[in-house]
Every structure is written in C-alpha cells, then in structure tokens.
Design a protein around this ligand. Structure first.
Ligand SMILES: [Zn+2]
Length: 277
C-alpha cells in the first residue's frame, strides 16, 4: 500500500437508528477508517467501530482519534475487539487524555458493561493530539465551533502529498461570523483531496438549530469551494433522514457543483464505501 485507504463505517450523527429506509447510506454513528502501510488510523469511535474491530486482523498499531466526547462519537468503543487481544498496540488520542482515561475506566466498571477493565488485554495508551508522531504522516487539528471542545483532524501523507480533512461537529454558520476564524478554517481545509464535513441540516432545518454545533449544506458547499476541496463528502447525517432524502441531497449538491465548482466532486458519505488517496 502506497497511500491511504479510507473506509466509512459510520456516517450518522446523534444516535444509531436503523430502519428499512436507511439501508443504502447506513445507520451507524461516526467512524472512519484510514489505513496506511504502517498503521490504522480510526476517526471517532461511534457505533461503526464495532464492525470495524472485526475486520482488523494484522499487527499494525491502531490510533483511535476522537474529535470530542459526545456519545455518538464514543459509544462503540467498549465493543472494539482489538482491545481484548493481547499484544495489540492501541493509542487513544483525544482533546483531553486524562478525561478520556477516566471515561474509559467507567465504560468497563462492571455496571454499564459486564466485561471488566482487567479483560482489556491490550492496555491502550492515552495521548493528546500533539503527542502523536507518525512516520510519513502529518496530523493537524483545528478547534471547531461546537458546544463541546471539538477538533477537525487533517491527515496528510507526506510522500504522496494527499490529504484528508475530517471536520465533524462544526457549525460553519457561527464560525463565519468571526472572519479570521473562518479564514483559518478555509486554510486548514485548503486543497484537501477528500473533505468529510458535518452537514446534518438542510438550509431550512438549520434556521431553528443555530447554536447546536452542526452545519447546513449550503455552508459546507460554500466552504468547500472557497477551500478548493477536491472531493467533498457530506457527513453526520441526521439519524431520521431516509435514503431517498439523502439521494435527493446528492443530486442537489452535484448540480450545485456543476454550476459553481465543476472541477470538484460531491457526494454524501455512506457506510462501507472506500476511497484510495
Ligand atoms: Zn456528533
């Protein structure tokens, strides 16, 4: 493997909620797998990390990057199989390593989950973002606009120069009221090969959700053009949004792309799709 293989295991926000009309895009909450030659990088540990854990069967180190601690981004973590496998090298990287270490203990306290902490054979290491040093990969973060301290995460492959921006739980509508912060975000995303953006709300829905920490579709489209993102994927879909509505959104954003930024590609993220950078 030369570059990075990126696979989506969870694309929804808020809560995993499965219903017959949500088969095409999937129902699991945030989890994106980025595999390189040397490591597994996992972006968030929503319910999608459960099926991902069953797929990882090599000895490469695993770095789980958490954007923040809201439930939809951590709720699958205690069912991640590699934790229970001796010899696995696992790092949990988050905005606050001490807080995460304490949360982790409570996940295995015997009350909320029957498996005790002593069964976690892999003994994960807790790190802050700035403590991660990966050979051939550069990681950058951006502090999002969200009620809880939350970060966007950029992964850049140094030899291929390809980059992935994972920007979830970020309210661009509020961020852009602060022009210097918005400009910083544009610079952060600039020329990304793949941009994954929280776009939970339609423009109409957003009117009654200002301050909730999520973006409207139009705000993401405009940002993607200003930052010249080559391939934009809308992410953190509302749990109740059925497949046919997401398909309509795909049509609308691709039409918008043809008119405003024809060099770029637009789509809605869906489970089990893979991208190679
Ligand atoms: Zn979320």
């Amino acid at each position: 493997m030369v570059g990075m293989n990126i696979t989506f295991y969870g694309v929804r926000g808020t809560i995993p909620y499965s219903f017959p009309k949500a088969i095409k895009f999937g129902s699991n909450t945030a989890c994106v797998h980025c595999e390189t030659k040397n490591e597994h990088i996992i972006l968030d540990a929503g319910s999608g990390i459960y099926p991902l854990g069953k797929k990882i069967n090599d000895d490469k180190p695993i770095y789980i990057f958490l954007s923040h601690f809201h439930w939809d981004h951590i709720l699958g973590i205690n069912l991640f199989d590699p934790f229970f496998q001796e010899g696995k090298s696992i790092f949990i990287v988050s905005p606050n390593k001490r807080r995460m270490q304490n949360y982790f203990k409570t996940f295995f306290d015997g009350v909320r989950f029957p498996v005790p902490l002593s069964a976690v054979a892999s003994s994960p290491t807790f790190l802050s973002y700035d403590q991660v040093k990966l050979k051939g990969i550069k990681i950058e973060t951006f502090e999002n606009q969200h009620p809880e301290l939350t970060y966007s995460i950029k992964i850049k492959h140094i030899s291929t120069k390809k980059s992935l921006c994972y920007c979830t739980d970020n309210e661009i509508g509020v961020l852009k009221k602060n022009p210097s912060a918005y400009l910083k975000f544009i610079k952060f995303c600039e020329n990304s090969d793949l941009g994954i953006f929280d776009a939970q709300y339609t423009d109409e829905e957003y009117q009654s959700k200002v301050g909730w920490g999520h973006s409207s579709i139009s705000d993401v489209l405009n940002l993607s053009k200003e930052a010249s993102v080559k391939h934009t994927l809308l992410f953190h879909h509302d749990p109740l949004r059925p497949d046919h509505e997401l398909s309509q959104i795909v049509t609308q954003i691709q039409e918008w792309g043809k008119d405003h930024f024809p060099e770029a590609m637009y789509d809605c993220a869906r489970e089990r799709t893979r991208f190679s950078l």
